[in-house]
Design a protein around this ligand. Structure first.
Ligand SMILES: Nc1ncnc2c1ncn2[C@@H]1O[C@H](COP(=O)(O)OP(=O)(O)OP(=O)(O)O)[C@@H](O)[C@H]1O
Length: 470
């Protein structure tokens, strides 16, 4: 191996660690390195790729190369060429699980009704419902794409799956609609089940838990209800905000929570909000929720959205062109569920019309969604949404006031406008009381920095993004 080849191997190892497996596989692995005199040429498959690598990853590549040469990076050039691997090597499509190997849907242990309970028809029906408790076998860590938006949450989840009941109890995962909370916590359930099939795991949506409490109440079967829930090893409870206003449910859950945590059994909870923001949950519950670890899942950034699209397309045995993936990811920014919906639509369009999946075909397939999206997001809409959220006046978006409680929301609104509209910096400045474009740039940079370093602000920004895109 030449020195430059060695250097590239070093870069690959560093980048894989820094970027995570999915982004690495999609963006870095297709690059082919060639020594070109003293320079290192990286051959990329197409112009879009080239631009993307230059914008997003060149800094990291140069940094990695310079650590190899103790601070003296070789010159690195990007070239489009046929030597590059045309596409990320497609993983083997998941082999269809044979019933004997693994059932398509895995049934997890549930409580067995007592003879007396079974004799009561409604409770027997409730018990039968428990029998159908399911974890989705597709919701695994392998199928979960990782990026900045969820890497902390994933790391915590993996640790909990390694050592349930030990590291963080409860693990509380929060984030907006369709960002992968259910996927993540079911991945924990699936991994624990795979490693220790005898573990008593229960995944339940909070609404279903409420219904179970109601049934136990109607049939005076609280002892059985308690026996069942208090005997679990791992309880995954999804969308706990549905407990709001349900006092009896909250009381029962409080007992279950205490019993399980005392016995070092693991509880994992999701919600669309930070625990203390869930109005209508008893204080004794919200305070317990922060005993363990609370982690957020944020809306995915562009690279992660592209990675998700590529991965989902691969699972459908479809080789998605990166230009098309980019186009979809740039335009569908609200959440992963919608991204999946858009991908299905694009794939279906190509299949039905029997056309190759070109950029034009993708534009056509998503025409109405894009038109609706573009209609909704205007600077006025952003200013109003942000002002309402922070309880300030819309007029403050245009005013000269500089107090933090007004200036910060205004900076957030400017950053959102830059992100969600096609407006130029001067146009954004104009819309915010005739400010200079440098003020807008400063606002965007400040908010970008705060999003990296201030989790509360990052969460608020994520919520606003979702509100504006929905
Ligand atoms: N990082 C990711 N990688 C791959 N797929 C993802 C990712 N995040 C979300 N998804 C997919 O997006 C879809 C929606 O995710 P999920 O249901 O877990 O969201 P959620 O946050 O629980 O939503 P809700 O708030 O509506 O309950 C699922 O099909 C899931 O597999």
């Amino acid at each position: 191996m030449s020195v430059l080849e060695n250097c590239w191997s070093h870069c690959l190892a560093t980048l894989e660690e820094r970027l995570g497996a999915d982004q690495f596989r999609i963006w870095i692995r297709p690059l082919v390195a060639e020594a070109n005199g003293d320079a290192l040429s990286l051959i990329v498959p197409n112009q879009i790729f080239l631009q993307f690598i230059r914008d997003r990853y060149m800094g990291l590549i140069e940094e990695a190369a310079s650590t190899f040469f103790d601070g003296e990076a070789p010159s690195i050039e990007l070239k489009v060429g046929s030597a590059a691997r045309k596409a990320p090597p497609a993983p083997q499509p998941a082999a269809p699980a044979t019933p004997a190997a693994r059932p398509a849907i895995q049934t997890i242990q549930s409580f067995a009704p007592s003879a007396a309970a079974a004799a009561r028809p409604a409770l027997a029906a409730a018990a039968a419902n428990h029998e159908t408790t399911r974890l989705n076998p597709n919701f695994t860590f392998e199928t979960l794409v990782t990026g900045k938006a969820n890497q902390l949450a994933r790391a915590a989840a993996e640790q909990v799956a390694e050592n349930p009941g030990v590291s963080y109890n409860p693990l509380f995962v929060y984030g907006g609609v369709g960002l992968g909370k259910t996927h993540l916590i079911q991945a924990i359930g699936n991994l624990v089940h795979q490693r220790k099939p005898q573990t008593k795991i229960r995944y339940i949506h909070a609404e279903k838990y409420v219904a179970d409490v109601v049934k136990a109440y109607q049939h005076k079967a609280f002892d059985e209800f308690k026996r069942y829930y208090h005997s679990l090893d791992l309880l995954l409870i999804d969308d706990i905000q549905f407990f709001v206003g349900k006092d009896k449910t909250q009381e029962e859950f409080f007992y279950a929570f205490n019993a399980l945590v005392e016995a070092h059994k693991q509880i994992i909870i999701t919600s669309d909000r930070y625990p203390k923001e869930i109005d209508g949950l008893q204080e004794r519950l919200t305070s317990r929720f922060s005993w363990g670890l609370t982690v957020a899942i944020e809306p995915p950034e562009l690279e992660m959205r592209v990675a998700i699209l590529m991965k989902k397309a691969e699972r459908e045995n479809f080789k998605l062109d990166s230009t098309v993936a980019f186009f979809v990811a740039k335009n569908i920014r609200s959440n992963v569920r919608e991204l999946e919906g858009a991908l299905k639509r694009v794939l279906a369009y190509a299949r039905f019309t029997n056309q190759p999946l070109t950029l034009e075909a993708a534009k056509e397939a998503l025409r109405d969604i894009l038109a609706a999206g573009n209609r909704q997001i205007s600077v006025e809409n952003i200013q109003k949404t942000v002002a309402d959220y922070y309880k300030i006046k819309v007029a403050d978006m245009h005013s000269k006031k500089r107090t933090r409680d007004i200036a910060r929301p205004r900076q957030i609104a400017m950053a959102l406008t830059k992100e969600l509209t096609q407006m130029s910096l001067p146009a954004v400045g104009e819309a915010f009381g005739g400010r200079d474009h440098t003020t807008v740039l400063h606002a965007c940079r400040t908010i970008e920095d705060l999003r990296q370093n201030d989790t509360e602000l990052a969460h608020q920004y994520g919520v606003l993004l979702q509100m504006l895109r929905s």
